[in-house]
Write a protein that binds this ligand. Structure first.
Ligand SMILES: [Zn+2]
Length: 250
């Protein structure tokens, strides 16, 4: 039995799976000085280095855990090594409306013979003038004209953009751009801030949406069945998946 599993789980309202995953992968590390999760009093320790880290609930509704989770998603996006980055405008007003249009957009791309895997998030325009999408794709390359046809056919704006995707050379490699409403957090936050709240509402309570086959290891082209295992692979690949055990918080 792993060392972490032998520790009694105090009742702090956390799923044991999340805690064990954090112990084995160190999967929810926060930026330096970031507030600890108000829902957990536990700490993790890496016995080989003595490095400590607070356990996190990992909920997107927790202001203190939102940023660490968003950084993990950014690393899963980086791992997938998408080839193109796109922007769609006037995508709709509500999460429901946007979802329907995106479905149609995917259907129209397929009809053009484009087999594309796509991950995206919706962002409000500045000054409340509508919403746009930042997306990342791999599979068939899309031309600007094809993108425009699929976007307008799905009821979105004709003003679209497509170009090469760039992965930031961080450890692990990341794509952060579409998550900037969450990652550009105001200094000294002690509660959920308005931009993050609005972003989550527009995205139906999620950070990212992806087509079924999107998650993969872009280096080996091995498919990965979901964002969580993709985060685990990204951390292992980058050598930042420590072996942590639990330490009671004092
Ligand atoms: Zn939390």
């Amino acid at each position: 039995m792993p060392r972490s599993a032998q520790v009694a789980q105090p009742n702090v309202g956390l799923a044991p799976y999340d805690q064990l995953e954090q112990a084995s992968l160190g999967s929810l590390r926060a930026p330096e000085g970031w507030p600890r999760c108000p829902r957990s009093k536990l700490e993790l320790i890496d016995p080989s280095t003595g490095k400590r880290a607070p356990v996190r609930c990992g909920s997107l509704r927790c202001y203190a855990c939102l940023v660490p989770v968003a950084l993990n998603y950014a690393s899963a996006l980086g791992l997938a090594r998408p080839s193109q980055k796109l922007r769609l405008t006037w995508v709709g007003r509500t999460h429901q409306e946007i979802r329907q249009r995106v479905r149609k957009f995917h259907r129209l791309l397929r009809r053009q013979g484009r087999q594309v895997e796509h991950a995206y998030s919706v962002e409000p325009n500045p000054r409340g003038t509508g919403n746009h999408i930042h997306g990342w794709t791999w599979g068939s390359p899309i031309t600007l004209e094809e993108l425009q046809d699929a976007a307008t056919g799905a009821g979105m704006g004709a003003e679209v953009w497509i170009g090469p995707a760039h992965v930031l050379p961080t450890t692990p490699p990341m794509i952060k751009y579409g998550l900037k409403s969450v990652l550009d957090y105001p200094p000294g936050v002690t509660e959920m801030w308005p931009e993050a709240r609005e972003f989550l509402e527009l995205n139906g309570g999620r950070l990212l949406h992806a087509t079924r086959g999107f998650w993969r290891d872009g280096e080996t082209e091995e498919p990965i069945p979901g964002v969580r295992p993709a985060i685990a692979v990204a951390r292992q690949r980058a050598g930042v998946a420590g072996k942590y055990g639990f330490l009671p918080h004092t």
